[in-house]
Design a protein around this ligand. Structure first.
Ligand code: FES
Length: 68
């Protein structure tokens, strides 16, 4: 489904950017251009980002533990 009409960006494209590591509207906007024209899609794009983050698989804690 289209989230950003101005830039023709879909929810699946946003989810893919979150899978690739983006976690904020600013980061997704820099990568895709979402919310960079009229800005009306920002609220919906944020909700897609939040939902995609909550569904992101947990990272291996050993990779992120600086004491290991
Ligand atoms: S709908 Fe996304 S910038 Fe206009």
């Amino acid at each position: 489904m289209y989230v950003c009409i101005c830039r023709a960006i879909t929810d699946n494209q946003i989810r893919e950017e979150v899978r690739q590591g983006a976690s904020t509207l600013r980061e997704v906007g820099q990568r895709l251009g979402v919310a960079s024209q009229c800005g009306k899609c920002g609220k919906h794009a944020r909700s897609v980002i939040r939902e995609a983050i909550s569904n992101r698989p947990m990272q291996d804690p050993l990779i992120w533990n600086p004491t290991v």
